[in-house]
Structures are given as structure tokens and as C-alpha cells.
Ligand binder design. Sequence first.
Ligand code: FES
Length: 153
Amino acid sequence: MLTSGAREKVEKLIACHPKKEAALLRVLHIVQQDQGYLSPETIASVADLMGMPAIKLYEVATFYTLYNKKPVGKYLIQVCANLSCSLMGADNLIRYLKDRLGVQVGETTPDNKFTLVTVQCLGSCGTAPMMQINDQYYEKLDEARIEQILASL
Ligand code: FES
């Protein structure tokens, strides 16, 4: 169930768009910010709010990797595994993070603090290897820098 603040934002956004589909990406973003992920129940509820079939929302939510379809930890670590980052050592950093956090890619630590995933290019190839944690980019990474970052969280 959406918080009243999120529901209000969604309703305002829908009202601004003659075609509700045009608001869908932003609506899902608001819902994810509110709930942390897009559960089937939440998608059904938002679909009702938008007057659209839930399958339309699923189609969009499952196409884009930026939408979480299952719960994630407090810090969502998204390591770029695309070409530039791979050439600059992303595979080693992913291995380091897996060992350091004790999880596989796609898993969350038992304390729900960190979720580790790999993603495609985040548009920061010039500062590879890089990762995004929640909304912040961390670039030119190495193991020592990752250790600093994790310690700061
Ligand atoms: S390949 Fe990693 S940011 Fe582009």
C-alpha cells in the first residue's frame, strides 16, 4: 500500500498526462522510492489507480533493470559489468564484493544492509570501473576505495 504522500504524487502526475501511459516510468519510480521495490500487490494497486491493466505495468517494470521486482537491502550496490568497466577490472571488483559481503550477485546480506547486482553501462565509461549505490555514483574504483565506501555506509 502506497503512503499517502506517494499516492498524492502519483495522482498529480497522472492528472498532468492526457495519456496515462506517458506517466508510467515516473509513476513506477515514485512507487519504488516509496516502497523500495515493486511487489505484485503494489503493481495491482497502482494499476487500479491508473485505470490500466496490471500487465501493462509489469511489461514496463520487467523491461527496465532499474526497477526492483523483489526487496533489496538498504544499500543497492549496482556494479557496471559492461565493456569499459570489464576492461578496467570490474570482474575482480565484483568477485571482491561477493567475498567481502558474503553474497552472490542478486543476493542481499542477512542483515538486509546490502544487495549486490550487476548492471549494464551506466554512462560513466570514462571513469571505469564504477558502481552506483542507491542514487550515487562511485567511480575509478579499486578494492581499497570500495573498502572506504563500504565503511562509510
Ligand atoms: S561500461 Fe561501465 S559505465 Fe559504461
